[in-house]
Design a protein around this ligand. Structure first.
Ligand code: FAD
Ligand code: NA7
Length: 518
């Protein structure tokens, strides 16, 4: 990663001496470093990456500004500061996932002796109110944090005028020109709509689902990616009849054996999968219901009827309204920011973070870490760069599938089938026993190199709390964990995580990996 213009660095170094004198000198110093520009750093986009970068830069007494602006969805949904994760991503999703898990827990609890009445009902309104209250508290928290750290925040949409000047436009049309020595772009992505009649008028996306005013009712989710499956999973768990329309496979890019476990488990819980068909047209009927016309690969078509149709067919980077050509910033064909060196764009003092960065990973902790490290390099005289390898992630469907490292397909492609060893096992969480729950979808596999040390290339877990189980193992895998080190680890009994340390059956052996007891 190249450092920014050395002028700013030299000034920072001289500032560090003054820092120790007094807060007043500190202010003078940070203003002095930006004589030529209004700000040392301007961040466009107040989401996971942008806020992390801005707050970190402010620790170095830099003059920092954040612009954040949300274009309402076609349905008119909008939200506050914090970006996708806080408002329409990870956080409301995890809370609705928890709502679905509680529904399962109510069923289990009867077997554990709780006298729960049979006609337990769920209130969508109460759930949405609780989720949105939490989201609003996070919006507020972000504003307070920026204020506390002296980061200037403006609720305005930014676009370039030249490569150091950005025009900020508020919802009321008020315009302001802002200049900055360094500019970070962290504008995230927004859901894509298919180009079919009725999609924009009658369909919704994940940007709408978490604040939907009325219960979704019978719902069709279109798409086979994790956003589609997670939403379908919690809707089904809340008792709404849910179908998923998939044109090819689910969870492309993830391990496909694990992907099938996820969809089989969802199916066993009542989610209907409509394979190998695509949407053609969405219409509203007179009684306010929706009719989706579909078509398969042979030209056969049909109609299906729903209360809600949600598109989860991918997300597009929010780069088209930034006027990047006026700054000379290059884009990739998919509209992401082309990376020259880590997070650096084709213009040396303009950087990109998070979902819009080519070659990045579309996850919140990745955007946050990359943002912090970038600020430390720009203003803190640090050299650490973001490591995009071996980042763990979890799909919450609501049975969790968590993974780190390579899928089995990728490991075979990279190393050759004969050079890898796959250890695997089905396991039964002890709490499933009294609840009489099936354990056929609780599965672990560790993909290792086939040589003496058997370094773990990929670890995959499906089961309850797989995300919580994975975090610690992910640290070990990142440190180069080998199968032999894993096998010499003594488990914590009785937990599901101990099953990872107990893996001993290789796929190659052909032995039965199903549950055998403790
Ligand atoms: P964002 O957080 O999207 O922030 C970008 C901000 O910039 C937004 O507020 C946007 O409105 C604003 N903006 C855009 N253009 C402009 C402009 N011109 N001027 C001013 N402001 C602008 N990740 C996980 O790690 N775990 C999960 O469980 C998870 N679940 C998800 C579930 C869903 C349904 C979705 C959609 C995503 C999920 N993600 C999850 C992904 C995660 O939300 C993103 O990777 C993360 O938010 C990306 O951060 P970012 O900083 O790149 O952009
Ligand atoms: P993804 O991961 O880009 O997946 C899109 C899914 O939608 C995928 O299953 C596609 O099928 C399917 N798709 C795409 N276009 C269509 C059309 N026109 N009709 C039907 N199905 C379609 O999208 P996500 O929104 O889940 O996630 C994107 C990122 O957002 C994610 O990484 C998170 O960070 C948040 P395909 O496999 O192409 O056949």
């Amino acid at each position: 990663m190249a450092l920014p213009m050395c002028g700013s660095r030299l000034l920072f170094l001289s500032c560090r001496k003054i820092h120790r004198l007094s807060p007043i000198n500190r202010t003078i110093c940070s203003q002095g470093s930006s004589d030529k520009y209004d700000y040392d750093l301007l961040v466009i986009g107040g989401g996971s990456g942008g806020l992390a970068c801005a707050k970190e830069a402010a620790q170095y007494d830099k003059k920092v500004m954040v612009l954040d602006y949300v274009d309402p969805t076609p349905k008119g949904t909008k939200w506050g500061l914090g970006g996708t994760c806080v408002n329409v991503g990870c956080i409301p999703k995890k809370l609705m996932h928890q709502a679905a898990l509680l529904g399962e827990a109510i069923d289990d609890s009867r077997k554990y002796g709780w006298q729960v009445q049979d006609d337990v009902t769920h209130s969508w309104d109460t759930l949405v109110a609780g989720v949105q209250n939490h989201v609003k508290s996070l919006n507020w928290g972000h504003r307070i944090q920026l204020k506390d750290k002296n980061v200037q925040y403006m609720n305005a949409k930014g676009s370039f005028v030249d490569n150091h000047t950005v025009k900020a436009v508020t919802a009321k049309g008020k315009e302001e020109l802002v200049t900055a020595e360094n500019i970070v772009l962290a504008t995230g992505m927004r859901p894509r709509y298919p180009k079919i009649p009725g999609a924009l008028e009658y369909g919704i996306t994940s940007d709408d689902i978490f604040s939907l005013k009325k219960p979704p009712g019978r719902t069709l989710v279109i798409g086979g990616s994790y956003v589609a499956l997670e939403c379908a999973g919690f809707l089904n768990g809340l008792g709404f009849p849910t179908s998923v329309m998939v044109r090819s496979i689910c969870l492309r890019g993830f391990d496909q054996q694990m992907a099938r476990l996820v969809t089989d488990q969802m199916q066993s819980k009542g989610v209907e999968f409509l394979w190998h068909i695509v949407p053609q047209q969405l219409e509203q009927t007179q009684d306010d219901h929706l009719t989706m016309t579909w078509m398969d690969g042979n030209g056969v078509s049909g109609h299906l009827h729903y209360d809600t149709v949600m598109f989860a067919i991918g997300r597009d980077p929010e780069t088209s309204s930034l006027n990047l050509d006026l700054a000379g910033v290059e884009l990739t064909a998919s509209g992401k920011i082309a990376s020259k060196n880590g997070e650096q764009s084709s213009v040396p003092h303009i950087y990109a973070l998070g979902d819009i960065l080519q070659g990045g990973i579309e996850l919140t902790p990745v955007a946050i870490k990359a943002g912090k490290l970038l600020a430390q390099r720009l203003f803190g005289n640090q050299t650490h760069t973001m490591d995009y390898e071996k980042v763990a992630t979890t799909v919450f469907t609501p049975l969790e599938y968590s993974c780190v490292g390579l899928s089995e397909e990728a490991a075979i492609e990279r190393h050759g089938e004969e050079n890898i060893e796959v250890y695997h096992a089905f396991y039964k969480p002890v709490e499933f026993s009294v609840a009489e729950r099936t354990a056929e979808f609780c599965y672990i596999k560790a993909i290792c190199t086939g040589d003496g040390d058997q370094r773990i290339l990929g670890l995959h877990i499906s089961g309850p709390h797989a995300g919580e189980m994975m975090q610690g193992f992910a640290a070990a895998v990142k440190c180069g964990l080998t199968y032999h080190q894993l096998a010499s680890t003594v488990g914590i009994h009785p937990t599901s995580a101990e099953e990872v340390a107990k893996l001993h059956i290789t796929k190659r052996s052909g032995l039965d990996p199903t549950v055998t007891g403790c």
